[in-house]
Design a binder for this molecule. Sequence first.
Ligand code: 1HE
Length: 258
Amino acid sequence: MNQNSDIHFEMRGDIAVIRLTRPTKRNALNDALIASLRHIFENLPDNAKAAVIAGDGDHFCAGLDLSDLKERDAGQGMHHSRSWHYALERLQYGPVPVIAALHGAVVGGGLELASACHIRVADESTFYALPEGTRGIFVGGGGAVRIPRLIGVARMTDMMMTGRVYNAVDGERAGFAQYLVPNGTSFDKAFELAQRIGSNAPLTNYALMNVLPRIAEQPADQGFITESMMSAIAQAAPEAKKRVQDFLEGRAAKVQKS
Ligand code: 1HE
């Protein structure tokens, strides 16, 4: 399914595991890697229920492969940026939830990739930056849309204007990651979450990936209507009826205080 030696795909049970395997270049993303990512998310096996994406070596991803920054004219530059958009949209609105397992550098396009995932798990070595600002360029992989939704426009502006780097603790507080775990454990935690998420009703995961983000963008009066339609569709599914019945008859887990 994947011919590119800089990225590895495998199924572990019903969880798809995608690893960036270009550690000598800190998993910097060249055009071929972006095309491979798109291909992988367009061709996930039917039995995949969730996916984990991680990076080999000391860093998750150093962003755009800067050696690929050729003399592009404006039109070519736009198409290059769009190629990232298409790939990351396949990931974000693909068939399964994707959990990013972060460590080390999550910078530039690496942060854009992470922000397209549905959940981010960071270990204590993780740091976040947007060096585009200081390199005289701009984000082009969807970061201008997705990153402010995680951390707000003001923080992203500061990061790009000043080159500010967030460490793992401050990054989690700012909203980059939903989980902060000890060094070396982000993959295991992401995989555990993927298994749990993969056992949800498929329609619930579909709604969380495809409907919730759209509702969040709608004016409130439209959002309420979309919500009520999704709610009606979800509760009409046989799987929902069975799960609710299981709870009512004492067969399903209660909500536990953590
Ligand atoms: C690279 C890249 C890269 C490393 N493109 N080759 N992203 C950046 O501006 C981040 C640039 N990278 C770094 O700041 C650092 O490399 C790291 C903090 C990520 C890691 O530092 P370190 O000390 O572990 O590694 P290193 O020695 O800097 O890099 C090892 C090699 O990887 C080295 O090549 P070598 O041939 O000398 O061994 C580096 O040149 C290479 N390397 N990062 C190309 N990014 C859709 S638009 C998105 C726009 C952006 O993402 S712009 C931000 C790009």
